[in-house]
Ligand binder design. Structure first.
Ligand SMILES: O=C(O)C1=C[C@@H](OP(=O)(O)O)[C@@H](O)[C@H](O)C1
Ligand SMILES: C=C(OP(=O)(O)O)C(=O)O
Length: 412
């Protein structure tokens, strides 16, 4: 049996950094993720004048309920959409200040229009330098009074998360009516974490009521990243092995742990306890039709193991994977075809047929999940290479070393 210790969740770390920065008092984050996304987030906070100090395996953040310590700053959000969407929202709550945000070429292409429109509707002076709804942008902050909003989060749940986290920093609180929502489990993470920092959001159907009054500092333990764990779970199911991931058990916050339900439906044995989750191959890997709207970061993981299933795999309702680090539906289709696999795609679906994949150079489009997903397929197809293997730095800089050790253990 192999036990894999997975680094901290990107989503939980980003939220914890925001909430701790806004809180009254000093917070400590235990086992936060250290990757390009979370380093970018931390650097952004530092540029806004927040004090973050490091110790091995922990971060201390001195909260500033009154907002950033500086009234002017330039923040580069790198490739991280959590950074690029959450930090301008945090800055908007400042009583006064001018804050400019930019991002990598990849992140500049990704949308945030519904969020910036919502901030403007709340009275925030926010200007895009180029295309509307994209970075770079400048926020001229003068505090946010609060009030009612209608939001379409059908493209990204991060718009809703950003506004929910803003709510307690407004004078009167926020009431948000949501018309559409993708990646819904990420909103559950947000609500649970806001509770840990002292704020109870009331949810009635699609309406969220967020009280004013700010956050309370706390010590927060970051759980392992469930999307990262999907590569190890899939690898076990694909190569006749068993793997246990401690720290992702029945109480886990992240919806992406439900990827193990998909593996179970395909034939793997899955056991979840309070302590963690174990996936064991039964030698059976059947195809299926699955809706991944809630857990679309694991769509590429499933796409990469799909050709080895005994019948077609059809993944539905994943249109928003087209506005991630790359167009993930097309990236998966292109790379699977390069490996000789039959693939069909539609606006929001992909269908992958059983085949005998051959080695190819994977075109990564700078997307960490393309690399990590095809590394799983590569366990059965020696000779796969990547045009940019280093892009795993976004969420898991040590991926190649850890995954190679995991593979070697299975071979030995
Ligand atoms: O809130 C978050 O931390 C995230 C939400 C999801 O994005 P979308 O809501 O844009 O699908 C997910 O894909 C992303 O990796 C992290
Ligand atoms: C989509 C992702 O990241 P983000 O939106 O946080 O940049 C991801 O990590 O798969």
């Amino acid at each position: 049996m192999t036990v894999i210790h997975i680094p901290g969740s990107k989503s939980v770390t980003a939220r914890a950094l925001f909430l701790a920065a806004a809180a009254n008092g000093t917070s400590t984050l235990l086992r936060p993720l250290a990757s390009d996304d979370t380093e970018g987030f931390t650097e952004g906070l530092t540029r806004l004048g927040y004090r973050v100090t490091r110790e091995p395996g922990r971060l201390h953040i001195e909260g500033r309920p009154g907002g950033p310590a500086v009234t002017e700053a330039e923040v580069h959000c790198r490739d991280g959409a959590t950074t690029a969407r959450f930090l301008p929202t945090l800055a908007a709550a400042a009583p006064c200040g001018t804050y400019r945000f930019d991002a990598s070429a990849q992140m500049r292409r990704r949308p945030l229009g519904p969020l910036t429109e919502a901030l403007r509707a709340l009275g925030v002076d926010l200007r895009h330098e180029g295309a509307e709804g994209h970075h770079p942008l400048t926020v001229r902050a003068s505090g946010v009074k609060g009030g009612e909003l209608t939001l379409n989060a059908g493209e990204s749940s991060q718009y809703l998360t950003a506004l929910l986290m803003l709510g307690p920093l407004t004078a009167e609180g926020l009431r948000i009516h949501v018309t559409e929502l993708v990646s819904a489990p990420y909103v559950e993470i947000t609500l649970a974490m806001m509770r840990s920092f002292g704020v109870d959001v009331v949810r009635e159907g699609n309406t969220f009521t967020v009280p004013p009054g700010g956050y309370r500092a706390t010590t927060y333990a970051v759980e392992p990243d469930a999307s990262t764990a999907s590569y190890f779970f899939a690898a076990a199911a694909l190569t006749g092995r068993e793997v246990t991931v401690p720290g992702l058990g029945t109480g886990a916050l992240q919806g992406d742990l439900r990827f193990t339900d998909v593996l179970r439906r395909m034939g793997a044995e899955v056991t979840t306890t309070d302590a963690g989750t174990m996936v064991r191959s039964t030698g059976v890997l059947s195809g299926l039709t699955v809706n991944m709207r809630d857990i679309s970061d694991t769509m590429p993981t499933l796409a990469a193991v799909a050709p080895f299933a005994s019948s077609p795999v059809r993944i539905e309702d994943v249109a928003n994977t087209r506005v991630k680090e790359c167009d993930r539906l097309e990236a998966c289709a292109r790379n699977l075809r390069a490996m000789g696999v039959t693939v069909h795609t539609g606006p929001d679906w992909i269908e992958i047929h059983p085949g005998t994949p051959r080695p190819a150079e994977i075109t990564t489009f700078g997307d960490h999940r393309v690399v990590m997903s095809f590394a799983v397929a590569a366990l059965r197809v020696p000779g796969v290479t990547y045009d940019d293997p280093g892009c795993v730095r976004k969420t898991f800089p040590e991926f190649h070393e850890v995954f190679a050790r995991f593979a070697a253990e299975g071979a030995g």
